[in-house]
Design a protein around this ligand. Structure first.
Ligand SMILES: [Zn+2]
Length: 97
């Protein structure tokens, strides 16, 4: 069952959905103007991979489709590495989120 969140980016409401994705991609960012823009993240990801994928797709959404995949990938990789080194961790509440 998908887990949905709303994220406000540059005044626009985005759907951030954790769901089961088919294929090799860990996440997708869709900019369509007709529908609500949305980010899909594979719900099976855990820990650092999940964090990096969230950061990666958010970077796509914030910076727009003209930024290179390499820059987005490096940004998310650096953010994950630094946040992890600083001790940031995923915490689940007792309700199971
Ligand atoms: Zn990407």
């Amino acid at each position: 069952m998908p887990e949905d969140h709303t994220v406000k980016i540059d005044g626009k409401r985005w759907l951030l959905r954790f769901t089961r994705l088919t294929g090799d991609a860990a996440g997708w960012t869709y900019f369509d103007n007709a529908k609500r823009p949305r980010i899909l993240i594979d719900e099976r990801l855990r820990g650092g991979t999940r964090l990096e994928t969230i950061l990666h797709e958010l970077a796509h959404a914030v910076l727009g489709p003209t930024i290179s995949e390499e820059s987005i990938t490096e940004l998310a990789r650096v953010q994950r590495r630094v946040l992890t080194a600083l001790g940031y961790k995923e915490v689940h509440d007792e309700s199971g989120r």
